[in-house]
Ligand binder design. Structure first.
Ligand code: NAD
Length: 485
């Protein structure tokens, strides 16, 4: 019987980028079994051994970055420059995870306390064995590598299920690792649709790292619940940018435009809403509109805004634009095209807060700019959605205060998305944006569990004995009063 396959199509011209197997649960089981067999040796390499392989991999990816960017562009439609930028950020993370794993995860001594004076206490961080990574298509290198490299550095082997829209990028990553990493079972690929991801959740892996939509995140979590497999969920967002009356308006407009339209707005931490103090609203709108006019949407090499990667998303973007207008908002620029997957950059103003364009993730090149009377109102509106991923604030004097009041896992003050490029910072959200963290110290710990160890150095009063005497019990009574009374 021939193996079932699917084609990955380019949103640029519809051509077939590659044909890939649709792995079923039996196939996934076999791949996970190979990863499980490879895990002890990978772990035994220790931090220095894994570090040298990860650093060699980073070098390999850097040297072949142009080739990888080409595959990314073919499958997602993103401009080559954006693909290159994504690779740059991912490379920084590979190096950081490799170099910091020992510091963060190495054995750590813990004071034993007065009662256990005779014990030496320590914590070891133990890898789960096999980690299953389920990825999205929008940043097909940066996003999954945020889990894969940290899981590998922590001593796990990895089975990666890339999005059905970007399997060629996933294949490139796994192949490139095998080029330098020796054993190809350390980082393997399974391809297919939701059912393949579901099979990975049920294949007995030690942990699942999921990045994708909130709706799928809930299904993944339910599947993992059957076997109490722990999960990290990196899900959607509806991030806001706040502009105070004392903000640098040129910088704020520049950031809003980049945050909203880069990668055609298909960015989990993209800016979809802006709340601007009414005293500077008109000025901000003028600066933003001028910048949006400069953007060139298309599929040609000169375009700075590419097509929508996932054709079915176009219906959601259309609906949100229509809902914004029918509920009383004003369309300033752009709007939904009649056909096709290239959307012009779309700017909307004064959209009621109940509109889907304000409340739901649009994931397209649209931006809603609303005015507020005070920054308290801006914070309240920013926090009034189910999501809590990230945000941005522009203010000369009140940046820190505003940042601390926004509900979300990551906030940039006077810039946008900058936290994602700092490998030492944790990345993740709250609410419908998910839980758990990738990147940074937390991202390394996420792929291990803590193991507490005590070693008796010399015998002391034996409290844990069935032969404990009355004298010892009386002594315990005195100790309680002495220490805590
Ligand atoms: P998606 O939820 O449709 O798919 C994500 C992955 O899950 C794909 O690989 C898909 O095949 C798989 N999948 C689908 N059904 C499954 C099931 N039942 N069991 C297991 N796996 C299943 O998301 P998408 O369209 O690929 O990505 C876009 C979404 O990802 C957006 O909501 C975006 O905000 C979010 N995202 C979040 C982050 C973050 O770090 N928070 C980063 C990038 C993207």
């Amino acid at each position: 019987m021939t193996e079932p396959t699917f084609d990955s199509l380019s949103p640029l011209d519809g051509r077939v980028v590659g044909t890939f197997p649709i792995h079923d649960s039996e196939d996934v089981q076999k791949v996970v079994e190979r990863a499980r067999t490879a895990a002890p040796e990978w772990r035994t390499l220790g931090f220095p051994g894994r570090r040298s392989i990860l650093v060699a991999w980073r070098r390999y990816v850097a040297r072949h970055a142009a080739e990888l960017a080409g595959v990314m562009r073919a499958e997602t439609g993103k401009p080559l420059g954006d693909a290159q930028l994504e690779i740059l950020l991912a490379l920084d993370h590979i190096g950081w995870a490799a170099k910091n794993a020992e510091r963060v995860l190495g054995r750590r001594r813990v004071p034993s306390g007065i009662l256990m004076l005779n014990q030496e206490s320590s914590v070891e961080r133990v890898p789960f064995g096999v980690v299953g990574v389920i990825g999205p298509w929008n940043y097909p290198v940066f996003t999954p590598l945020g889990s894969i490299t940290y899981a590998l550095a922590a001593g796990n082997t990895v089975v990666f299920k890339p999005s059905e829209y970007t399997p060629a990028v996933g294949q490139w990553l796994a192949r490139s690792f095998a080029e330098v990493g020796g054993d190809p079972s350390v980082f393997q690929l399974v391809t297919g649709f939701g059912a393949t991801g579901s099979a990975l959740c049920r294949a007995g892996v030690g942990k699942i790292a999921f990045t994708g939509s909130t709706a799928t995140g809930k299904v993944v979590m339910a599947a993992c619940a059957e076997s109490l497999t722990p999960v990290v969920i990196e899900a959607g967002g509806k991030d806001a940018l706040l502009v105070d009356e004392d903000a640098d308006l040129d910088a704020a407009a520049e950031a809003a435009v980049w945050g909203a339209y880069s990668n055609a707005g298909q960015t989990c931490i993209g800016i979809e809403r802006v709340y601007v103090h009414e005293r500077v609203y008109d000025q901000f709108m003028k600066k933003t509109t001028a910048r949006v006019r400069e953007i060139r949407a298309g599929t040609d090499e000169k375009a700075t805004l590419g097509p929508i990667t996932m054709p079915k998303q176009t219906a959601i973007i259309r609906d949100h634009i229509a809902d914004a207008v029918s509920s009383g908002g004003t369309l300033v620029l752009g709007g939904a095209p009649e056909r096709g997957v290239v959307f012009p950059p779309t700017l909307l103003r004064d959209v009621p807060e109940f509109s889907d364009a304000v409340r739901e993730e649009t994931f397209g090149p649209t931006l809603v700019v609303n005015r507020v009377a005070t920054m308290d109102e801006a914070v309240e509106r920013a926090n009034a959605v189910r999501y809590g991923l990230s945000g941005s604030v522009f203010s000369r004097k009140h940046g820190r205060d505003l940042a601390s009041r926004i509900r979300g896992g990551m906030i940039a003050i006077n810039s946008v998305i900058s936290f994602a490029a700092v490998p030492g910072l944790p990345f993740g959200g709250v609410g419908d944006s998910g839980f758990g963290r990738i990147h940074g110290d937390d991202g390394l710990r996420e792929f291990t569990y803590p193991k507490a160890i005590t070693r008796q150095r010399f015998p002391l009063l034996t409290l844990t004995s069935m032969r404990r005497s009355g004298r010892v019990d009386r002594l315990v009574g005195r100790i309680i009063r002495l220490l805590f009374g």
